[in-house]
Design a binder for this molecule. Sequence first.
Ligand code: FAD
Length: 475
Amino acid sequence: PISIVWFRDDLRVSDHPALSHAVRSGAAVLCLYVLDEASARPLGGASRWWLAQSLRSLAADLAARGAALVLRRGPAAGIVAEIAREVGAGSVSWNDIANAPARALADDLTSRLGELGIAAQCCPGDLLAAPSTVRTAEGRGLRVFTPFWKRVRALGDPPLPLPAPSAFAAAPRIASDKLEDWALEPTQPDWAGSLRADWQPGEASAQRSLQHFLHGAIDGYATERDRLDRLAASRLSPHLRFGEISPRQVWHTARFAAAERPALAADVDKFLSELGWREFCRHLLFDHPDLATRNLQPAFDRFPWRSDPVALSAWQQGRTGYPVVDAGMRQLWRTGVMHNRVRMVAASFLVKHLLLDWRCGEAWFWDTLVDADPGSNPANWQWVAGCGADAAPYFRVFNPILQGEKFDPDGDYVRRFIPEIAGLSTKLIHQPWTATPLELAAAGVTLGDSYPHPMVDHRVARQRALAAYATVRNN
Ligand code: FAD
């Protein structure tokens, strides 16, 4: 018999319950990936690039085990069921992805397979805890992070990760699309050069990043994570996004590191709680499939957002005149990620200083982040905008000057991404407009030319934001 494994956002061979299940059954295994752009939110440009590399890497890992990765494009449930019928499969297995479109697809597939008399096996998926295990007494999802995370931790350690199967019996080859024909990667212009330089998608690279982190930057993570000028975090987010590594692999490897070196306990705890935020966002998405479009707090439906395409474009291009915001936006464009602290500052700048709808920023991040995640991206945007679950307080308007001075005290981060002001002294680097003409000339900076004047005055913008937020509170 043939057993089909349907890969989705779980592009790995280790700790892949569906693959292990199929291999254990002794059937010949057919590995399948279906690009279905209609039944989920279409991927942004940077994520499409990542997906292409990740599929290549998975195909190579499967080839090393004697199996091929079959690629098809179109409505996934119909395609998987049709292939199962054609090859006379005895079963189809996949990992649960706990969000509405993924579950709807899986339900559709289950009923099609049922009609064909083919067994369907849905394995526990990509979460530390299934949404059904973390509910209030009334059966609702938790909307505040701290109690949520306490509940997840109280469940104890998640199951140990499964090892990667070694070589297994592969099903006879069937026709596959060519990855190149999917045009996931940019050609004209090819803007992915800097992504290629910065990243290596795929499972082996995910495992290396985790090891590298646990043998280096984890030391001091709890206190250093916010520093913009240090590589103080794991860089695992795109790998986790595409399931090249599972959260329980990260969990157990980190816990093991802490057991070996007890001095790391606080750092590992903090790191795991960040993994907890990912989990929290995924659970929110499970309960609110429209997280990317609808305010979790309905009072915000009447928020007086401005419409200002010129301001939006200045923000996107990293030309707001506030160096830390601009450095972040340029880091995003160039490398496909942005430091977490700057994500908060840049997002806050868009919604509070510019009063532009958080959905405009969310959409830009969705297109440009390699880790663009259907849960984490909208949940964090809603958090920053104040309309989300467990949201940032409305009166917190990040001061981009102070944030820069605090978390990039020597200005190294700003200098890396905004070379045109790199000659300014550390005192001036976060507020170039306070420099004297002499200081600007000495640094070779012409404000308004090579680098813009601030597009809004911080104090004025702050007052305007507080007034706008007051309308929501008073509603
Ligand atoms: P580490 O500090 O090493 O953290 C480990 C892992 O924990 C991360 O890989 C990530 O999976 C998870 N994590 C950490 N912080 C958060 C968080 N606040 N929310 C959810 N998960 C978290 N993260 C995404 O993965 N995808 C997104 O689309 C995304 N959009 C964001 C948008 C905004 C406006 C903000 C403020 C944050 C967003 N984040 C997003 C969260 C966070 O910025 C990134 O996860 C983090 O910067 C990734 O770097 P790292 O892997 O080195 O993180």
